[in-house]
Structure formats: C-alpha cells, structure tokens
Design a protein around this ligand. Structure first.
Ligand code: SF4
Length: 81
C-alpha cells in the first residue's frame, strides 16, 4: 500500500482544474462526461467541483481539457514541494 502513495507522489501530486467563465459557453460536455469533476450552475455554465485531481480522475480531466470546444478548461499542477 505504501508503494501506491509513492506512485502518486511520483506522478506530480495534486492537479487542479480551472474553468475560464469568460470563455465557457455552457455546452455541457465537461460536466456530462466527467460529473465527478464538474458541475453546472443554474444557467448551465461549468463549475469545477472542489478538491484536487489525482489518480483515475487525471485522465478524465485531461480529456475534458481537450474536448472543451471553447478551450475554457485548464489543468495545472500544484507544486507543493
Ligand atoms: S465543455 Fe467547455 S464550454 Fe462546455 S460547459 Fe464545459 S467548460 Fe463550458
């Protein structure tokens, strides 16, 4: 089990998602395809769920970045060394 922790550390630690609300058009691709990471506000625009991105969520987050038609999603590493 300790090996798993080492692997997570090695993969760069926690990543964070950001949505640029000036660019988001509310298509909904992100919160439909990755509801664990995104939610929608009352008007259908994307909001990022609280918490970091790690483990299996990382692939979903990268996919959301690539599939946002407005390029409104950014995934950044948190350098907490
Ligand atoms: S896919 Fe992009 S444009 Fe569509 S709701 Fe999500 S952030 Fe907004």
């Amino acid at each position: 089990m300790e090996d798993d922790r080492e692997t997570q550390k090695h993969s760069g630690g926690t990543l964070r998602l950001f949505v640029d609300h000036d660019k988001c058009q509310g298509h909904g691709r992100c919160y439909i395809s990755a509801p664990a990471l995104f939610d929608a506000d009352e008007e259908g625009f994307a909001i990022v769920r609280p918490g970091g991105v790690d483990g299996p969520l990382e692939a979903a987050a990268q996919s959301a970045v690539l599939n946002c038609p407005q390029a409104a999603i950014r995934l950044e590493g948190e350098d907490s060394a």
